[in-house]
Design a binder for this molecule. Structure first.
Ligand code: GLY
Ligand code: MN
Ligand code: MN
Length: 436
């Protein structure tokens, strides 16, 4: 394995959290993702479904997990199915989990081959009252491709049409949003690698480099540190491109006098980090660039302090909007008299700051969580305000990852330079080292 997995004790704790939320007589089923095809005999690299990974640590296709706390036979209370390994498979694809290895990693005593899943379901479902089935209830999910889980859910419902069906997703959203200690440590490992990559590119950026050359430097630093790569498609956007919020072509030249917005983060052991930094291509911000940069920085810092237990995320976003409004008036981008008359449903600040300030972070970069509930301790959020001025070909966003506690929020990117002076200093220092 190229990463240190979480301990079996942590996976046990994750499953205990799920069980506590189940009703009596419930049987929960979680499936892994498919290996997605491309063309001809090609396939995408396998990406495990986050929920089964969270509950078992098994990063392998054709895995299934059953949680049935009230099963008559204790051996049936937790069952993990893994793809049957063989000599042939070992030669062509490499070793798969043995049953013993799967037990050691997940802490699940009963591990069977996936080929016995159908027979096991036939035996156990008649014993249960409720089937807990999982689905993608992420607020922004919108994929037309049917997942393995959705396909299997249909089969299960067709086979057992009279069982009551309950949704696992709201439970998963709740438990995954409160990070366990080892999860935070894993996110911190991802963050440390992302920080190294930022340092590396500070020494690399200069007028004339292509955006994709910067991307390549980042990928290099990620992979040499045990990451599988980017947690999401990176945005390396110089000049005007920074105003295109989902710019991912990364194919333009970085010009003297422009600022580059870089939104990137590595995954480590399945966990994401999510950083945005903006640097001047020539190593020095102009006065205007610095003014906009500092305005975004102040919003980021104030927003971070608002991430405290008891706050509703909707209220938090409104408060950050107010702070941004003040900064945009200060920069002369919106007028305070116009703001006084604005439609509260369409605040003027949205012309320059059109996205949300924060999202949950974890196994998924836009992680699951309960958006309509209060912030709790042990949640990890991004804070990522931005100002995008198309007419000035300038876009600034600054993004750090924050752990909530009972008290002060902890900035997990606190060691990565963010003040304009510190960024310039780092470009200068690391750049000289690279040239020496
Ligand atoms: N990189 C995606 C985001 O910042 O939300
Ligand atoms: Mn980001
Ligand atoms: Mn983000």
């Amino acid at each position: 394995m190229r990463y240190q997995p979480l301990s079996a004790a942590t996976y046990r704790e994750h499953r205990a959290r799920f069980r506590q939320a189940m009703e009596k007589g419930g049987l929960a089923i979680f499936h892994s993702n498919d290996i997605m095809p491309t063309s001809a005999d090609g396939s995408m690299p396998f990406k495990q479904a986050s929920d089964i990974f969270y509950l078992s640590g098994i990063d392998q296709e054709e895995t299934v997990l059953l949680l049935f706390p009230d099963a008559v036979d204790a051996k049936d209370r937790e069952i993990l199915f893994v793809r049957e390994t063989s000599e042939l498979l070992a030669i062509w694809e490499g070793a798969k989990f043995s049953q013993k290895e799967a037990t050691e990693l997940s802490g699940i005593a009963t591990v069977l081959w996936t080929t016995s899943y159908e027979a096991t379901i036939k035996r156990l479902v008649p014993q249960c009252e409720h089937l807990y089935l999982n689905s993608n209830e992420h607020l922004r999910q919108g994929n037309e491709v049917e997942t393995r889980e959705a396909r299997k859910n249909k089969e299960t419902c067709a086979q057992f049409p009279l069982h009551s069906v309950k949704r696992s997703a709201p439970i998963m959203h709740r438990i995954r949003s409160r990070k366990t200690k080892e999860e935070v440590e894993q996110i911190q490992r991802a963050i440390a690698i992302t920080g190294k990559a930022f340092e590396r590119i500070c020494g690399f950026v200069k007028p004339g480099v292509k955006e994709y050359e910067i991307e390549a430097e980042i990928s290099h630093e990620f992979i040499r540190n045990g990451s599988r790569g980017h947690a999401y498609t990176p945005i390396i956007a110089s000049g005007y491109n920074a105003c295109v919020l989902h710019y991912i072509t990364n194919d333009q030249v970085c010009n003297d006098g422009d600022v580059i917005l870089m939104d990137f983060g590595c995954e480590y052991g399945g966990y994401a980090s999510d950083l945005t930094r903006c640097v001047p291509v020539n190593g020095r911000f102009t006065k205007r660039q610095r003014d906009v940069y500092n305005a975004v920085l102040r919003v980021k810092n104030e927003a971070t302090q608002l991430l405290r237990p008891g706050t509703l995320l909707a209220d938090y976003h409104k408060q950050v909007g107010k702070i941004m409004e003040g900064e945009l008036i200060g920069l002369g981008l919106i007028d305070k008299n116009d703001v006084a008359k604005q439609d509260p449903e369409k605040p003027l600040y949205k012309k320059y700051f059109m996205h949300g300030t924060s999202h949950f972070l974890g196994l998924d970069v836009h992680d699951v969580g309960l958006w309509n509930e209060m912030i709790h301790p042990d949640m990890v959020f991004t804070v990522e305000p931005g100002i995008y001025i198309r007419e000035e070909k300038l876009g600034i966003r600054l993004e750090n990852n924050i752990l909530t506690t009972r008290d002060n929020p902890i900035d997990l990117f606190a060691d990565i330079p963010v003040e304009a002076d510190a960024v310039e200093e780092m470009m200068n220092r690391v750049g000289k080292k690279v040239m020496a």
